[in-house]
Design a binder for this molecule. Structure first.
Ligand code: HEM
Length: 486
């Protein structure tokens, strides 16, 4: 090597070295603060433990205090960025589907199927979601108020009337499951629905389990039950398809979700008048809707019943609103209507405030589909993003005195609550499509409960745990009395 080349290299090596160090430092310093922790495990156990102890909010607040609103950690074996605040919610709910994708634990995908809305993105997500929403939208659901009312009355006759002591949570789960079966699948009371609920409960039992498929694991039992649920839905699909062929005129007829999904045609690729959804997509999304609408609504109803036992002022105001509606009816047998539900404004504000303080869905996960920047930090492609809704709900800069129960916050929601701050139903293109359905179930049930019964808690400990959904300890046992009607 000539001395000239040698000297040039000698001069350049430090320059290249400095450039390399500076460059990599620049990238590294743009990663959020925090530590990824022990490989694979990271902070998963400590978060799960905090959830079980109902201290997850404190756990997250402590992280934010130490590392700020954007921090890195490892959750469930994946490098993760935890983001929090109004800007974080906006980023999460408005980023396009090529930037952020949905991310669910592997166990959920294996149990519910690979064609659910949770797993789909872009055009596939739009197509399947559009089909579900065509049934779940208010214009369609308004025809079903009477049918839902009948389900609630039947439930109260068999499980509340004449009883002195009941446990609320399992009963509310039975009620919401029966409503979903009747309205969405056209499956009314009987041996078949009993079998369905038996398999369904086993199926969801292992949704949050470690996905190890060995004969003795919870996950394995869940998978077995999931395939039984799949066979039952397939049988329903075949029956409804045959019935649809025989019935040519569907005008003015009440349908169920499965029939509606079978009849939606693929307008984009109109080949041979083909259906918009495959049978597998219908099966997987029926399983998703059953699951998504089961715990969430029953938990909201359970916490409303707990609130009404503890808060006589709210109880009196709800009773007044509901009695006015009941008294406007010619008889107690007359079913509620869509117009009646529109009058239940205070009751719905109480439900929203309950969801603010105890959101059934604690948060969620998304996945960075490409390198993306948030809050001045880099979130590398493939990392998951963890958001916790309840943090904006309890942020005193957004909700004054956040620990105070105050339904008046929802009086003029759009002007008093800043956007992306109340996110119990999520937001953006993945926002909960069951909002209206949940509203109907909640209002109709509360109407009948307060006008027909009084109750008090029979367990002095009315605290709750989150695993991952909030549940009152011992399922909320109560003592009930039937009200005397004038
Ligand atoms: C109080 C009741 C409910 C609450 C609080 C609730 C909350 C949520 C939340 C937070 C999400 C996630 C949104 C996101 O990832 O951005 C979601 C998604 C979903 N919910 Fe609900 N939900 C409720 C009731 C229901 C009901 C009754 C149904 C069905 C009849 C339902 C069906 C769904 C479905 C299918 C999704 C997935 C949407 C998608 O990925 O596009 N939910 N819900």
């Amino acid at each position: 090597m000539s001395p000239a080349i040698f000297i040039t290299l000698l001069l350049f090596i430090p320059v290249i070295f400095i450039f390399f160090i500076k460059g990599s430092r620049k990238t590294a310093s743009r990663l959020p603060p925090g530590s990824l922790g022990f490989p694979m495990i990271g902070q998963s156990f400590s978060l799960l433990y905090a959830m079980k102890k109902n201290t997850a909010e404190k756990w997250i607040q402590e992280r934010i205090r130490k590392c700020g609103p954007v921090s890195k950690l490892t959750l469930f074996g994946t490098p993760t960025v935890m983001i929090h605040g109004q800007a974080a919610n906006k980023f999460l709910f408005t980023s396009d589907c090529n930037t952020l994708g949905n991310q669910q634990p592997a166990s959920i995908m294996r149990i519910l199927g690979s064609r659910t809305l949770f797993e789909l993105s872009s055009d596939d997500h739009k197509r399947v979601r559009g089909a579900l929403v065509s049934f779940l939208k208010p214009e369609v659901l308004k025809q079903y108020v009477g049918k839902m009312d009948l389900q609630v009355r039947m439930h109260l006759e068999s499980h509340w009337q004449g009883k002195q002591k009941i446990t609320v949570l399992p009963l509310m789960k039975t009620l919401t499951f029966n409503i979903v079966c009747s309205l969405l699948f056209g499956l009314d009371a009987g041996a078949r629905r009993d079998k369905f609920v038996e398999h369904f409960k086993k199926m969801i039992g292992g949704m949050w389990s470690v996905p190890i498929n060995l004969p003795f694991t919870r996950f394995n039992h869940s998978l077995t039950a999931s395939s039984k649920v799949q066979s039952m839905i397939l049988q329903l699909i075949n029956e409804k398809r045959t019935a649809s062929f025989q019935q040519t005129d569907h005008q003015g007829q009440q349908q169920d979700l499965i029939t509606c999904l079978l009849n939606i045609k693929d307008k984009e690729n109109n080949i041979n008048n083909s259906a918009a959804l495959t049978d597998q997509e219908i099966i997987d999304n029926v399983r998703l809707v059953m699951t998504a609408g089961y715990d969430t609504s029953s938990i909201l109803l359970t916490f409303l019943i707990r609130l009404l036992a503890n808060n006589p002022v709210v109880h009196a105001s709800i009773l007044k609103e509901q009695e006015e509606i009941a008294n406007s009816k010619a008889s107690r047998d007359e079913l509620l209507t869509w117009e009646d539900l529109a009058k239940m404004k205070y009751t719905w504000r109480v439900a929203m405030e309950t969801l603010r303080m105890i959101p059934p869905v604690f948060g969620g996960f998304r996945k960075a589909l490409k390198d993306v920047e948030f809050g001045g930090y880099l979130i590398p492609k493939g990392w998951q993003i963890f958001w916790a809704a309840s943090l904006t709900h309890m942020d005193e800069t957004i909700f004054e005195e956040p620990s105070k129960f105050d339904p008046a916050r929802f009086e003029n929601q759009s002007s008093t609550i800043p956007p992306y701050c109340f996110v119990a139903f999520g937001g953006g293109p993945r926002m909960c499509p069951g909002y209206e359905f949940a509203r109907l179930e909640t209002l109709i049930t509360i109407h009948h409960l307060v006008t027909r019964f009084t109750w008090k808690l029979s367990c002095s400990d009315d605290s709750f745990i989150r695993d991952p959904m909030p549940e009152p300890v011992r399922g909320l046992p109560i003592e009930i009395q039937t009200r005397q009607l004038e």
